[in-house]
Design a protein around this ligand. Structure first.
Ligand code: NG1
Ligand code: ZN
Length: 556
């Protein structure tokens, strides 16, 4: 056992004094870890470094700690842990993260001792074992100092770490997964990541019809949200060589992170990033600040903006895989996993037209990812563009069998080969904007489908998303994958009563896991009606669930 790793916490936590808990600050490990103004986070980062070592010890694997606040403004920052095959921190340890985060020094020792006692093998005097933590950070000015705080925590408990510096969140997931699978998921380095993606992309594109070139221009323009995705895309393009040309805007050289650009800005406002003059016939996409969300968009002849969101990307991936399974004569089921925010039209199209199994799960990738693991092939995307496709082992074994079976017809083997390359291209650990971007490009080419054609597969029902501030958002509890409120009493009945006044409508409310807000979502036949319903429901939340400040005003 490492000298500092005794069951009783007699180790001096050398850096603990440098990271006192500021008074009056408590935080909860939410949907995406901790997020807060960066100045409130050094003590949390240090404690997450400590927790990462304990978790590494508990799981006997490498743990990842990513310093990022994704699509939040530059002034915020955050941290999330990853483990195993790139999964999020186990839900059962989130409570330990929450209680450690606000533990003062004495309490910290007590909590660490208790956690240490629960670690397997804590009583044995086995030889020194190193507990290893991989650290990554996004481009925020605060990230460097916060990553240092994480590493201080790691070394204080005798762990070792490798700081990868700037990486996208999905790249760190990949690095954790590849470390913990002894390279089975790929080589545990960024070079391994780029090689895996670029080789799979090139292999897929070798089967596609050559695309017409637009002289002196790029068919695809990528908005990097002034975040880490832009420099990482440049690195990826150097591996792809001439097989993909992308113009990158908002690459962080001058603009501010997520400010008037990026996936969240585009999705919420249904508009192009500031300063981008969109042209008909061109394709555009946006990442978020840590490159785990991806959205596409274009303008038609009349200059009208059209968004291809996570629901439509998910539809594309499901169609592509369903088509290949048929060609390869593999009788596996494609399941699509959505949250309540998925547009009702997408759900109907997937179920009725494509005849796919569709599940609705609570918000948060951890729920979608867990369910996807149970499926033959699980396609999951949040409407905001975060998602991936998981291939079950049973499927991959069968795919390999068909690929190698020379008695099978060429078309069948070719389809199995494409399925194999697709499974290599799509990040199996987590939703990954860079990997998803390559997948969308390859799938559109191979299906010979244009982005406007994908967009036109179904028409979104008009929707509106609003936020309401209440005294304590945790007072709102929900059931049925967050589509129905169980507390406060009377709120659900009041929402339903309002919904009945609108055509083809639905509405739900839930407390956000990343902001101190209650989110209100409404869909209805017309935009006016969706806006009106969302406003009515927001008023109900304000009145019945302890609204703070003025009542919500109608959107115009
Ligand atoms: P919350 O704040 O719990 O609604 C938001 C997104 C989630 C997910 C997380 C993590 C919406 C409505 N919610 O969660 O889908 O992406 O952030 O970043 O988009
Ligand atoms: Zn993100």
């Amino acid at each position: 056992m490492h000298p500092r790793m005794r069951v009783e916490m007699d180790t001096e936590l050398q850096h603990a004094d440098a990271y006192p808990v500021p008074s009056g600050i408590t935080m909860e490990y939410g949907t995406a870890g901790f997020r807060a103004p960066a100045c409130n986070l050094p003590h949390v980062m240090y404690r997450m470094g400590l927790l990462a070592v304990l978790r590494a010890r508990y799981t006997r694997g490498v743990i990842g700690v990513m310093v990022t606040a994704s699509h939040n403004p530059e002034e915020d920052n955050g941290v999330k842990l990853m483990e195993g095959l790139g999964d999020m921190l186990s839900v059962s340890w989130e409570k330990h993260a929450t209680s450690l985060a606000s533990a003062q020094l004495g309490e910290l020792r007590t909590q660490l001792s208790a956690l240490l006692r629960d670690c397997p093998g804590s009583e044995s005097s086995s030889p020194v074992q190193k507990y290893h933590v991989l650290i990554g950070q996004d481009t925020r000015a605060s990230s460097k100092v916060l990553a240092q705080a994480v590493s201080d925590g790691v070394t204080d408990l005798g762990g070792t770490f490798k700081d990868f510096g700037l990486v996208t969140t999905p790249q760190l997931h990949y690095l954790v997964a590849s470390h913990n699978s002894d390279g089975l998921m790929g080589e545990p380095s960024l070079d391994g990541y780029y090689r895996k993606l670029s080789e799979a992309y090139k292999a897929l594109m070798a089967q596609a019809k050559p695309q017409p070139k637009i002289e002196g221009s790029y068919p695809l323009t990528m908005d990097g949200a002034n975040g880490v995705g832009a420099p990482k895309m440049v690195e990826l393009l150097s591996y792809l060589k001439s097989s993909l040309a992308v113009k990158i805007i908002n690459n962080g050289e001058s603009g501010k992170l997520n400010h008037e650009c990026g996936a969240d800005y585009v999705k919420i406002g249904r508009r192009a990033p500031k300063g981008l003059q969109m042209l008909e016939g061109r394709i555009y996409c946006s990442l978020d600040g840590d490159a785990d969300r991806l959205l596409y968009y274009f303008v038609d002849k009349s200059g009208t903006f059209h968004l291809v969101d996570g629901d439509k990307i998910s539809t594309l991936m499901a169609i592509f895989i369903q088509h290949l399974l048929k060609e390869a004569q593999l009788p596996f089921q494609v399941s699509v996993l959505q949250t309540a925010y998925a547009n009702g039209s997408s759900t109907r199209y997937l179920k009725d037209t494509l005849q796919l199994q569709v599940y609705c799960l609570p918000t948060g990738v951890k729920y979608l990812h867990t369910k996807a693991k149970e499926c033959d092939i699980g396609v999951y995307f949040e409407a905001n563009g975060h998602g991936t496709v998981l291939f079950g082992k049973r499927v991959l074994d069968k795919v390999a069998e068909v690929m190698q079976d020379s008695s099978k017809p060429e078309t069948q083997r070719a389809a199995a080969t494409q399925l194999y390359h697709t499974s290599q291209l799509i990040n199996q650990a987590v939703g990954d904007a860079l990997s998803d971007l390559l997948a969308v490009e390859a799938m559109l080419s191979l299906l010979d489908l244009s982005l406007p054609q994908l967009y036109a597969l179904y028409t979104d029902i008009p929707s509106r998303l609003l936020k309401v501030k209440v005294i304590d958002r945790q007072q709102i509890t929900t059931t049925d994958a967050e589509r129905s409120v169980t507390h406060p009493e009377g709120l659900q009945a009041a929402i339903e009563e309002r919904v009945h006044h609108h055509l083809q409508a639905r509405a739900f409310v839930r407390p956000s896991g990343t902001e101190d807000m209650v989110r209100v979502y409404a869909e209805s036949k017309t935009q006016e009606s969706a806006d009106c319903l969302a406003h009515e429901v927001a008023l109900l939340v304000h009145r019945l669930a302890g609204g703070v400040g003025e009542e919500p005003r109608a959107t115009t």
